[in-house]
Design a protein around this ligand. Structure first.
Ligand SMILES: Cc1ncc(COP(=O)(O)O)c(C=O)c1O
Length: 323
Protein backbone atom coordinates (compact mmCIF):
# COMPACT_ATOMS: atom_id res chain seq x y z
CA UNK A 1 0.00 0.00 0.00
CA UNK A 2 2.85 2.42 0.79
CA UNK A 3 4.15 2.10 -2.75
CA UNK A 4 0.67 2.68 -4.20
CA UNK A 5 0.36 5.79 -2.02
CA UNK A 6 3.73 7.11 -3.19
CA UNK A 7 2.63 6.55 -6.78
CA UNK A 8 -0.69 8.31 -6.27
CA UNK A 9 0.95 11.30 -4.63
CA UNK A 10 3.82 11.74 -7.10
CA UNK A 11 4.09 15.11 -8.82
CA UNK A 12 4.01 14.46 -12.59
CA UNK A 13 4.50 16.22 -15.91
CA UNK A 14 4.95 15.20 -19.54
CA UNK A 15 8.13 13.14 -19.66
CA UNK A 16 8.26 13.22 -23.47
CA UNK A 17 9.12 16.90 -22.93
CA UNK A 18 11.42 16.05 -20.01
CA UNK A 19 8.95 17.76 -17.68
CA UNK A 20 8.13 15.00 -15.21
CA UNK A 21 9.82 15.96 -11.94
CA UNK A 22 9.54 12.45 -10.46
CA UNK A 23 11.06 10.80 -13.51
CA UNK A 24 13.85 13.38 -13.49
CA UNK A 25 14.45 12.75 -9.80
CA UNK A 26 14.68 9.00 -10.34
CA UNK A 27 17.03 9.39 -13.30
CA UNK A 28 19.32 11.71 -11.34
CA UNK A 29 19.26 9.45 -8.32
CA UNK A 30 20.06 6.30 -10.26
CA UNK A 31 22.81 8.04 -12.25
CA UNK A 32 24.38 9.08 -8.95
CA UNK A 33 23.95 5.65 -7.35
CA UNK A 34 25.61 4.00 -10.33
CA UNK A 35 28.30 6.66 -10.67
CA UNK A 36 27.24 7.57 -14.23
CA UNK A 37 26.75 11.01 -15.80
CA UNK A 38 23.14 10.43 -16.80
CA UNK A 39 20.29 7.94 -16.79
CA UNK A 40 17.04 7.29 -18.62
CA UNK A 41 13.82 5.71 -17.34
CA UNK A 42 12.67 2.95 -19.69
CA UNK A 43 9.62 0.67 -19.51
CA UNK A 44 11.59 -2.57 -19.23
CA UNK A 45 14.97 -4.20 -18.83
CA UNK A 46 14.62 -5.56 -22.35
CA UNK A 47 14.29 -2.07 -23.75
CA UNK A 48 17.28 -0.83 -21.75
CA UNK A 49 19.42 -3.64 -23.12
CA UNK A 50 18.13 -3.18 -26.65
CA UNK A 51 18.97 0.53 -26.66
CA UNK A 52 22.48 -0.29 -25.40
CA UNK A 53 22.94 -2.80 -28.22
CA UNK A 54 21.42 -0.46 -30.80
CA UNK A 55 23.76 2.37 -29.96
CA UNK A 56 26.93 0.46 -29.17
CA UNK A 57 26.84 -2.46 -31.62
CA UNK A 58 24.33 -1.49 -34.32
CA UNK A 59 23.84 -2.96 -37.79
CA UNK A 60 26.44 -5.59 -38.57
CA UNK A 61 28.19 -5.15 -35.23
CA UNK A 62 28.95 -8.09 -33.00
CA UNK A 63 28.33 -8.41 -29.27
CA UNK A 64 30.15 -10.88 -27.03
CA UNK A 65 27.86 -12.18 -24.30
CA UNK A 66 27.76 -15.20 -22.04
CA UNK A 67 26.00 -18.18 -23.63
CA UNK A 68 23.38 -18.13 -20.84
CA UNK A 69 22.62 -14.44 -21.18
CA UNK A 70 19.11 -13.05 -21.14
CA UNK A 71 19.76 -11.05 -24.32
CA UNK A 72 20.38 -14.34 -26.15
CA UNK A 73 17.60 -16.44 -24.65
CA UNK A 74 14.73 -14.23 -23.61
CA UNK A 75 14.70 -11.02 -25.62
CA UNK A 76 13.23 -12.43 -28.83
CA UNK A 77 16.41 -11.87 -30.85
CA UNK A 78 15.73 -8.14 -30.58
CA UNK A 79 19.44 -7.45 -31.06
CA UNK A 80 19.16 -8.96 -34.55
CA UNK A 81 15.60 -7.92 -35.34
CA UNK A 82 15.77 -4.31 -34.19
CA UNK A 83 19.36 -3.28 -33.44
CA UNK A 84 20.77 -5.21 -36.43
CA UNK A 85 23.60 -6.81 -34.48
CA UNK A 86 24.73 -10.37 -33.93
CA UNK A 87 25.39 -11.79 -30.47
CA UNK A 88 28.14 -14.37 -30.11
CA UNK A 89 27.62 -16.74 -27.17
CA UNK A 90 30.75 -17.12 -25.03
CA UNK A 91 31.10 -20.01 -22.54
CA UNK A 92 32.14 -19.58 -18.93
CA UNK A 93 31.53 -21.31 -15.59
CA UNK A 94 28.79 -19.91 -13.33
CA UNK A 95 27.70 -17.51 -16.07
CA UNK A 96 30.91 -15.55 -15.64
CA UNK A 97 32.84 -14.22 -18.65
CA UNK A 98 36.63 -14.39 -18.53
CA UNK A 99 39.10 -12.53 -20.78
CA UNK A 100 40.58 -15.85 -22.04
CA UNK A 101 37.17 -16.93 -23.37
CA UNK A 102 36.39 -13.49 -24.81
CA UNK A 103 39.74 -13.37 -26.55
CA UNK A 104 38.84 -16.50 -28.53
CA UNK A 105 35.71 -14.83 -29.93
CA UNK A 106 36.90 -11.33 -30.66
CA UNK A 107 37.32 -10.68 -34.42
CA UNK A 108 40.61 -9.69 -35.93
CA UNK A 109 40.34 -6.47 -37.95
CA UNK A 110 40.43 -8.11 -41.40
CA UNK A 111 38.03 -6.36 -43.75
CA UNK A 112 35.92 -9.49 -44.34
CA UNK A 113 35.29 -10.03 -40.63
CA UNK A 114 32.35 -8.59 -38.73
CA UNK A 115 33.41 -5.97 -36.20
CA UNK A 116 33.29 -6.84 -32.52
CA UNK A 117 31.67 -3.79 -30.94
CA UNK A 118 30.52 -4.56 -27.42
CA UNK A 119 30.92 -6.90 -24.45
CA UNK A 120 27.78 -7.64 -22.46
CA UNK A 121 27.89 -8.81 -18.85
CA UNK A 122 24.87 -10.06 -16.92
CA UNK A 123 25.11 -9.48 -13.17
CA UNK A 124 23.57 -11.31 -11.46
CA UNK A 125 23.32 -14.06 -14.06
CA UNK A 126 19.73 -15.26 -14.26
CA UNK A 127 20.10 -18.59 -16.09
CA UNK A 128 23.38 -19.19 -14.29
CA UNK A 129 21.47 -19.23 -10.98
CA UNK A 130 21.72 -15.68 -9.62
CA UNK A 131 25.51 -15.70 -9.66
CA UNK A 132 27.51 -12.54 -8.94
CA UNK A 133 30.72 -11.40 -10.56
CA UNK A 134 33.39 -10.64 -7.97
CA UNK A 135 35.04 -7.25 -8.22
CA UNK A 136 38.18 -8.93 -9.59
CA UNK A 137 36.16 -10.78 -12.25
CA UNK A 138 34.44 -7.57 -13.33
CA UNK A 139 37.72 -5.68 -13.39
CA UNK A 140 39.35 -8.39 -15.48
CA UNK A 141 36.64 -8.21 -18.17
CA UNK A 142 36.52 -4.42 -18.14
CA UNK A 143 40.27 -4.00 -18.35
CA UNK A 144 40.49 -6.52 -21.16
CA UNK A 145 37.59 -4.89 -23.06
CA UNK A 146 39.07 -1.40 -22.65
CA UNK A 147 42.35 -2.74 -24.03
CA UNK A 148 40.41 -3.90 -27.10
CA UNK A 149 38.58 -0.58 -27.35
CA UNK A 150 35.29 -2.29 -26.57
CA UNK A 151 32.69 -0.75 -24.28
CA UNK A 152 31.02 -2.98 -21.69
CA UNK A 153 27.25 -3.01 -21.19
CA UNK A 154 26.05 -4.54 -17.94
CA UNK A 155 22.61 -6.13 -17.81
CA UNK A 156 22.13 -5.36 -14.14
CA UNK A 157 18.48 -6.38 -13.95
CA UNK A 158 19.48 -7.79 -10.54
CA UNK A 159 22.51 -5.61 -9.85
CA UNK A 160 20.83 -4.63 -6.58
CA UNK A 161 20.89 -8.27 -5.48
CA UNK A 162 24.60 -8.51 -6.28
CA UNK A 163 25.33 -5.33 -4.29
CA UNK A 164 23.40 -6.53 -1.24
CA UNK A 165 24.83 -10.07 -1.39
CA UNK A 166 28.39 -8.79 -1.64
CA UNK A 167 27.96 -5.85 0.75
CA UNK A 168 29.24 -3.37 -1.83
CA UNK A 169 27.73 -0.25 -3.38
CA UNK A 170 25.86 -0.45 -6.70
CA UNK A 171 28.32 2.15 -7.98
CA UNK A 172 31.32 -0.06 -7.35
CA UNK A 173 29.75 -2.75 -9.55
CA UNK A 174 28.59 -0.34 -12.25
CA UNK A 175 32.07 1.21 -12.39
CA UNK A 176 33.16 -1.79 -14.46
CA UNK A 177 30.81 -0.99 -17.34
CA UNK A 178 30.27 1.97 -19.64
CA UNK A 179 26.50 1.46 -19.71
CA UNK A 180 24.20 -0.31 -17.27
CA UNK A 181 20.56 -1.42 -17.21
CA UNK A 182 18.95 -1.84 -13.78
CA UNK A 183 15.42 -3.08 -13.11
CA UNK A 184 12.96 -2.14 -10.40
CA UNK A 185 10.30 -4.64 -11.41
CA UNK A 186 12.13 -7.72 -10.11
CA UNK A 187 13.30 -8.10 -6.49
CA UNK A 188 12.55 -4.45 -5.74
CA UNK A 189 8.89 -5.09 -6.44
CA UNK A 190 7.63 -2.26 -8.66
CA UNK A 191 4.97 -2.95 -11.29
CA UNK A 192 7.03 -1.47 -14.15
CA UNK A 193 10.33 0.17 -14.83
CA UNK A 194 14.03 0.01 -15.52
CA UNK A 195 16.77 2.58 -15.92
CA UNK A 196 19.58 2.73 -18.45
CA UNK A 197 22.65 4.69 -17.33
CA UNK A 198 25.82 5.89 -19.02
CA UNK A 199 27.61 8.98 -20.26
CA UNK A 200 25.65 12.16 -20.98
CA UNK A 201 26.15 11.82 -24.73
CA UNK A 202 25.08 8.16 -24.68
CA UNK A 203 21.91 8.96 -22.75
CA UNK A 204 21.09 11.85 -25.14
CA UNK A 205 21.10 9.33 -27.99
CA UNK A 206 19.29 6.72 -25.87
CA UNK A 207 16.44 9.21 -25.42
CA UNK A 208 15.95 9.28 -29.21
CA UNK A 209 16.02 5.50 -29.55
CA UNK A 210 13.62 5.04 -26.62
CA UNK A 211 11.14 7.29 -28.44
CA UNK A 212 11.71 5.43 -31.71
CA UNK A 213 10.93 2.13 -30.00
CA UNK A 214 7.70 3.53 -28.61
CA UNK A 215 9.04 3.91 -25.11
CA UNK A 216 8.36 7.62 -24.67
CA UNK A 217 5.91 7.89 -21.80
CA UNK A 218 3.87 10.86 -20.62
CA UNK A 219 3.05 11.16 -16.89
CA UNK A 220 5.46 8.36 -16.09
CA UNK A 221 6.18 9.88 -12.68
CA UNK A 222 3.60 7.56 -11.16
CA UNK A 223 5.88 4.68 -12.19
CA UNK A 224 9.12 6.44 -11.28
CA UNK A 225 7.65 7.10 -7.83
CA UNK A 226 7.34 3.36 -7.31
CA UNK A 227 11.02 2.94 -8.16
CA UNK A 228 12.03 5.74 -5.79
CA UNK A 229 9.94 4.14 -3.06
CA UNK A 230 11.62 0.80 -3.74
CA UNK A 231 15.08 2.35 -3.48
CA UNK A 232 14.14 3.89 -0.14
CA UNK A 233 12.36 0.90 1.37
CA UNK A 234 12.99 -2.38 -0.45
CA UNK A 235 16.74 -2.62 -0.98
CA UNK A 236 17.67 -4.02 2.43
CA UNK A 237 14.93 -6.66 2.18
CA UNK A 238 16.82 -8.37 -0.63
CA UNK A 239 19.03 -9.93 2.05
CA UNK A 240 15.95 -11.82 3.34
CA UNK A 241 15.26 -13.11 -0.17
CA UNK A 242 18.83 -14.38 -0.33
CA UNK A 243 18.50 -16.09 3.04
CA UNK A 244 15.21 -17.64 1.91
CA UNK A 245 16.90 -18.98 -1.21
CA UNK A 246 19.50 -20.69 0.99
CA UNK A 247 16.75 -22.29 3.10
CA UNK A 248 15.05 -23.57 -0.04
CA UNK A 249 18.34 -24.92 -1.38
CA UNK A 250 19.06 -26.79 1.87
CA UNK A 251 15.57 -28.31 1.94
CA UNK A 252 15.80 -29.29 -1.72
CA UNK A 253 19.22 -30.82 -1.13
CA UNK A 254 17.90 -33.06 1.63
CA UNK A 255 14.58 -33.87 -0.08
CA UNK A 256 15.90 -37.02 -1.75
CA UNK A 257 14.51 -36.09 -5.19
CA UNK A 258 16.48 -32.94 -5.97
CA UNK A 259 20.10 -31.89 -6.09
CA UNK A 260 21.36 -28.34 -5.80
CA UNK A 261 24.76 -28.36 -7.46
CA UNK A 262 25.57 -24.75 -6.61
CA UNK A 263 24.58 -23.06 -3.39
CA UNK A 264 22.58 -19.90 -4.21
CA UNK A 265 24.41 -16.58 -4.02
CA UNK A 266 21.28 -14.43 -4.29
CA UNK A 267 17.56 -15.08 -4.81
CA UNK A 268 17.60 -17.77 -7.51
CA UNK A 269 17.85 -21.50 -6.80
CA UNK A 270 18.39 -24.07 -9.52
CA UNK A 271 17.84 -27.72 -8.70
CA UNK A 272 18.38 -30.86 -10.75
CA UNK A 273 15.65 -33.49 -10.61
CA UNK A 274 17.50 -36.67 -11.59
CA UNK A 275 15.13 -39.37 -12.82
CA UNK A 276 12.12 -37.04 -12.66
CA UNK A 277 10.67 -34.62 -15.14
CA UNK A 278 11.12 -31.04 -13.97
CA UNK A 279 7.83 -30.10 -15.66
CA UNK A 280 5.98 -32.78 -13.68
CA UNK A 281 7.62 -31.69 -10.44
CA UNK A 282 6.67 -28.07 -11.19
CA UNK A 283 3.08 -29.13 -11.91
CA UNK A 284 2.88 -31.06 -8.60
CA UNK A 285 4.26 -28.10 -6.68
CA UNK A 286 1.83 -25.77 -8.44
CA UNK A 287 -1.09 -27.94 -7.25
CA UNK A 288 0.07 -27.15 -3.71
CA UNK A 289 0.41 -23.45 -4.45
CA UNK A 290 4.16 -23.26 -5.01
CA UNK A 291 5.20 -21.87 -8.35
CA UNK A 292 8.51 -22.88 -9.88
CA UNK A 293 9.75 -22.97 -13.49
CA UNK A 294 10.96 -26.03 -15.34
CA UNK A 295 14.07 -24.70 -17.10
CA UNK A 296 15.11 -27.95 -18.75
CA UNK A 297 14.03 -31.61 -18.79
CA UNK A 298 15.44 -32.10 -15.27
CA UNK A 299 16.18 -28.60 -14.13
CA UNK A 300 13.85 -26.48 -12.07
CA UNK A 301 14.15 -22.87 -10.91
CA UNK A 302 12.86 -21.23 -7.74
CA UNK A 303 12.98 -17.47 -7.20
CA UNK A 304 12.44 -15.79 -3.85
CA UNK A 305 11.09 -12.26 -3.57
CA UNK A 306 9.64 -9.82 -1.10
CA UNK A 307 6.09 -11.17 -1.42
CA UNK A 308 7.16 -14.57 -0.11
CA UNK A 309 7.23 -14.62 3.69
CA UNK A 310 9.48 -16.67 6.00
CA UNK A 311 6.45 -18.81 6.93
CA UNK A 312 5.77 -19.55 3.30
CA UNK A 313 9.41 -20.52 2.81
CA UNK A 314 9.10 -22.97 5.72
CA UNK A 315 5.90 -24.34 4.15
CA UNK A 316 7.75 -24.78 0.86
CA UNK A 317 10.56 -26.62 2.64
CA UNK A 318 8.05 -28.99 4.24
CA UNK A 319 6.43 -29.56 0.88
CA UNK A 320 9.81 -30.52 -0.61
CA UNK A 321 10.29 -33.23 2.00
CA UNK A 322 6.77 -34.62 1.40
CA UNK A 323 6.98 -34.71 -2.40
C1 LIG B 1 18.89 -10.80 -16.47
C2 LIG B 1 17.67 -10.15 -17.07
N1 LIG B 1 17.83 -9.15 -17.92
C3 LIG B 1 16.80 -8.52 -18.48
C4 LIG B 1 15.52 -8.88 -18.16
C5 LIG B 1 14.39 -8.20 -18.86
O1 LIG B 1 13.62 -7.43 -18.05
P1 LIG B 1 12.12 -7.05 -18.48
O2 LIG B 1 11.28 -8.22 -18.17
O3 LIG B 1 11.83 -5.85 -17.61
O4 LIG B 1 12.14 -6.71 -19.93
C6 LIG B 1 15.29 -9.93 -17.26
C7 LIG B 1 13.92 -10.35 -16.91
O5 LIG B 1 13.69 -11.25 -16.15
C8 LIG B 1 16.41 -10.58 -16.70
O6 LIG B 1 16.27 -11.60 -15.84
Amino acid sequence: MAMRKAMAEAPVGDDVYGEDPTVNLLQDRVAELLGKEAALFVPSGSMGNLIALYLQAGRGGEVLAHEYSHIIHYELASGAALAGCQILPVPGERGILKPEALLRQVRSPIYYNARTKLVEIENTGNLAGGTCYTDAELAAVHTWASGQNLPVHMDGARLWNAAVAQGVTPGSIAAHAETVTVCFSKGLGTPVGSVLAGSRSFIAEALRIRKMLGGGMRQAGILAAAALHALDHHLAGLADDHFHAKLLAEALGSSGWAQVPVSPETNIVFAQTPGRSAAEVAAKLAEKGLRASAMGPQRIRFVTHRDVTRDEIHQACRLFSEL
